[in-house]
Design a protein around this ligand. Structure first.
Ligand code: SF4
Length: 119
């Protein structure tokens, strides 16, 4: 199978041509540097994303606090991560960078606040 993937490692945005067999990359063309090769392999074989979301609060100046993972997580775990986030509520003062969920889903990644709020 052939797939086109736009490399997002730099503003050039090379349109990579990727040959895939059994979910593995076997050939990459049209990358202008080695970063494109790494990106295509990761995107096909183990795609990851930084997850951004909001968490409900109780009794704070904001009803929702924006959050994000401090590292990318596997794309296939985003739905499970969202279920965990929806179960979470923040009741105390929160500052930017505070850990809201430690070791999210055992992935070794923390969910952190990207905005603070007080009672
Ligand atoms: S392949 Fe290299 S030059 Fe092309 S977008 Fe990716 S990082 Fe940039």
């Amino acid at each position: 199978m052939k797939r086109r993937i736009t490399c997002i490692e730099c503003p050039k945005g090379c349109s990579l041509s990727v040959d895939i067999e059994n979910c593995r990359v076997v050939k990459i063309d049209r990358n202008e540097c080695p970063k494109g090769e790494k990106y295509a392999i990761s995107e096909v074989e183990n795609p990851v994303r930084v997850l951004t979301a909001t968490v409900l609060t109780r009794g704070l100046s904001l009803n929702m606090i924006p959050v994000k993972t401090d590292s990318p997580i596997p794309k296939g775990r985003i739905s499970d991560a969202m279920k965990e986030i929806r179960k979470t509520e923040i009741a105390g003062d929160v500052n930017i960078g505070d850990i809201i969920i430690e070791d999210l889903l055992g992935l070794g990644v923390n969910l952190i606040a990207t905005r603070g709020a007080k009672r």
